[in-house]
Design a protein around this ligand. Sequence first.
Ligand SMILES: [Zn+2]
Length: 382
Amino acid sequence: MYRMILSLLLALLLLPQLVLAAPANSNKALSSTPAVQIPVFKSERALAKVQGLSKLEITNVRYALHKDAVTGEVTLRMVIDATGPIKGTAVLNDLPVPRLEVAVGGASLGKLGSQQKLDGKIASQVKLMQVNGSSKLVIDLENMIDETDYRIFALPRDIKADKPYRLVVDIKQPAPPIVYNFTAGLKGKVIALDPGHGGSDPGAIGPGGSQEKTVTLAVAKRLQTLLEKAGAKVVMTRQGDRDVYGASATAVDELKARTTVAAKNKADVFISLHADAFTKPEVGGTSTFYYRKSMYDGLLAKNIQTNIIEAGKLSDRRVNSANFYVVKRSVMPAALVEMAFITNPDEEKLLNSPQFQQKMAQGIYQGLDNFFVEASRNGGGR
Ligand SMILES: [Zn+2]
C-alpha cells in the first residue's frame, strides 16, 4: 500500500518535467496560451518529504504572449514555478547579444532541462543554468529593451487556483527596429561631431592643468579636416570654446542642444569626443560608449574603438554600453569616445600633443569609414 502511494506521488512529481520536455523544445510557434500546462502541486510539502527534497526547487518555466486589447502592446510573460517562495533579480546585458538575465537565489533547477526555444517575437530562447544551488535564466532578446520595458515580481501560492509559488517576468515588446540604408564610403555623409564640454564647462582637468574641452575641440577639428577631404559634410556642435546652449543652461539642456544640432542637420551618425578622468593617476586607456537604439550603435562604437586603439596604442578599455544622454537621445547611430585619461600625467601630455591628436582623428576617421562599409552590408538588417 505504502509503495503504491509512493510511486503515484513520484509520477505526479515527475509529470511537470515530462510535460515541459515535449512542447517546449518543438518549433511550433506559441499561441497566446501557455505552451506548458501549469503543474498542480496541491501538497508540495508532502511530496518533498517523500522525495527527501527539503530544498527550494524550480519546477517549471512557462511563457505566453499577451496582447493588450486596447493598446495592442505585446508582452512576453515568463512564469517560474517553485516549491516555495522565491525571489529574483534581473539585469540587462547588451553584449554579445541583447539579454535579460534573471537570477533566482537559493533555488535549484531540479530536473528541468537547460534550454527552451521561445517564439522569437520578443525573445528567442531562454537558457536555464544552475550555479551553486541558485538558478539563472538567460533570456535572449530579439532587440535590446530599456530598463522600463520589463518588470519582475513574485506571486504567492494560490491554493484555490491550484497555482504554486511563482516568479513572474514581464517583457514588453520594444519598438520596431530601425533600419537605415547606409551605403559604403564617406562621400556625401553627414557626420555630427561633438567636442565634449566647452565655454563655462571645462570638463575634466589634468594634473598639468589641461582642460578636457580644449583637447576634445582640437581632435574634432582635425577629424573635421579629414572627413571633409573625403567628401563628407561635417556638422560641429561647437566650433570654438563656448557653451552650445548657454552658460546658464542645465546639464541636460546643454546636452540636448548638442543632439539637436545633429538632428536638425539630419546627420547620419553622431560622434561625441571626451577625455576620461579618475581619482588614481595611473589609470589610463581608451574606451568607446554607445546606447543600443538600433544594431548600428554598437557597430559604430566597435569600429571606432578598434581603429582608435590601433592608431593611439593605449590600453584597450573596450566598447561599453551606457545610457549617456548624447548617445541615447541622438536620433541617429552614435558613439562617445573617451580618448585617453586626462588625469593620467602621461596621457595628459599625449592629449596635448598634435601627433597624438592627429592619431585620434585618424583612428576615428578610419572607424567611420569601416562602419559605413559594414553597415551597408546590413542595409536591410535589424
Ligand atoms: Zn567629458
